[in-house]
Design a protein around this ligand. Structure first.
Ligand code: HEC
Ligand code: HEC
Length: 358
């Protein structure tokens, strides 16, 4: 990666762009690989990790990583026997395990370290020091009894801990495009089929489906827009056979202003779009936590609008809450303060308190 970045565009295309500076490349180049290449030096104990966890992680994941309120639990479902064998028994079909936890799934400790380092805490990614990442990783490992309570995790002993990861042998390269040993070095394509040019749909059968335990685990995906691109998820409120196809839902949302009777979620999404607020909601990732009609991390916008309908000070109150965040009105999960201007939060509050039409 470094080499590709070091030779910048400037030599090849004069006056276009400039080479990234070594400092810029360093800030970007943070990946940690399965062999721990890229892992910064450092250390952190389980006890230090507990402090970081309580302050910065527990509100969403629970004190012991047990909460499934926001995401599937981090710890649980692994045993001493799994640590010995390197395969997690509760992943087997028929095992009586309701949810797949992080410690059940992860095969490489580098992935856990790297993920926390780049993505957590969710509301302030990349804010932890390397030592804090070691500490909080050690705390998580202790929750799964993979390391003892007095343990200090460091770049020097991380390989020994990798050798105790419950699912370390649970990853296979015997599929897809890997030149895996299991296939005698033969690569396999990810998909199989012949090139189709016309009437292609008739022999397509959908073989994958959302298992019941995952239904709506993260709110209604059909209402959630990713931050990049216009893609929306599938309808997760019902089995696939009964669902409105996601493309259709988006099409409905787009046309709902001219046909408002086409269903509640489509109608309210379009109300926001009509009010020109979608870009503001998306820029601030509001929709990652609030569905129009469904709870995700926070209450749905519909519920909020209903609660404050008719309250005289609603615009002021909600504007303050949007900008400053809050906790305890809808539950224990806090809403972080939002970086938007007074005018923007007032605009959103006005929409919720006055114009929202589900
Ligand atoms: C504001 C809520 C919030 C806070 C605070 C938070 N997380 Fe998360 N965490 C999430 C969400 C949401 C996901 C799932 C993200 C996704 O799938 O894109 C997640 C995912 C994870 C995962 C990956 C789980 C998996 O199996 O893929 C780990 C590990 C994790 N968080 C650790 C932490 C740690 C450590 C902290 C504190 C330093 C923290 N989180 C703070 C919300 C939060
Ligand atoms: C990280 C998740 C998250 C994000 C991002 C987020 N919210 Fe929230 N929001 C919450 C949670 C959780 C609550 C409930 C807080 C409580 O119980 O007091 C909430 C509550 C609210 C409330 C109701 C406040 C009250 O006192 O009743 C409004 C209005 C609101 N959010 C609007 C927004 C808007 C607008 C955005 C984007 C600018 C946004 N939120 C971004 C999680 C989030």
């Amino acid at each position: 990666m470094t080499a590709a970045f070091a030779a910048g565009p400037a030599e090849k295309f004069p006056h276009v762009g400039r080479s990234a500076t070594p400092a810029e490349v360093r800030a970007w180049d943070i990946d940690v690989r399965p062999d721990f290449k890229g892992l910064p030096k450092g250390q952190g104990s389980v006890r230090q990790g507990e402090t970081v966890w309580e302050a910065q992680c527990a509100s969403c994941h629970g004190s012991f990583g047990e909460s499934s309120e926001i995401f599937t639990p981090i710890a649980g479902g692994t045993s001493a026997e799994d640590i010995r064998t390197g395969r997690v028994a509760s992943l087997l079909p028929g095992a009586n395990q309701p949810q797949r936890t992080t410690l059940m799934k992860v095969s490489t400790l580098s992935t856990l370290w790297d993920y926390i380092n780049r993505a957590m805490p969710w509301n302030a990614p990349k804010s932890l020091t390397a030592d804090e990442v070691y500490a909080v990783t050690a705390y998580i490992l202790n929750l799964g009894n993979i390391v003892p309570a007095e343990f200090t995790l460091s770049d020097a002993n991380i390989r020994e801990v990798q050798a105790r990861l419950p699912n370390r042998k649970g990853m296979t390269t015997a599929h897809a495009m890997w030149p895996g040993k299991e296939l005698g070095g033969q690569s396999q394509p990810d998909v199989q089929g012949s090139t189709c040019v016309r009437d292609c749909r008739k022999d397509v059968t959908v073989k994958s489906f959302l298992p019941d335990y995952a239904r709506n685990a993260h709110g209604q995906l059909a209402e959630q827009s990713r931050l990049v691109g216009g893609s929306r998820g599938a309808d997760t409120s019902r089995p696939a056979s009964e669902s409105v196809m996601p493309n259709k839902a988006v099409a409905l949302a787009k046309t709902a202003s001219t046909a408002p009777e086409k269903g509640a979620s489509a109608g309210s999404a379009s109300a926001a779009a009509a009010a020109g607020l979608m870009p503001l909601l998306q820029k601030n990732a509001c929709l990652a936590c609030h569905g129009m009609d469904s709870r995700i991390v926070g209450p749905s916008f519909k519920e909020i609008a209903a609660k404050y309908k008719g309250r005289a000070d609603a615009v002021n109150y909600l504007s303050g809450k949007i900008k400053g965040g809050g906790q305890g009105v809808w539950g224990n999960v806090p809403m972080p303060a939002q970086a938007l201007s007074d005018a923007e939060s007032a605009q959103l509050a006005q929409w919720l308190a006055r114009d929202f039409s589900p």
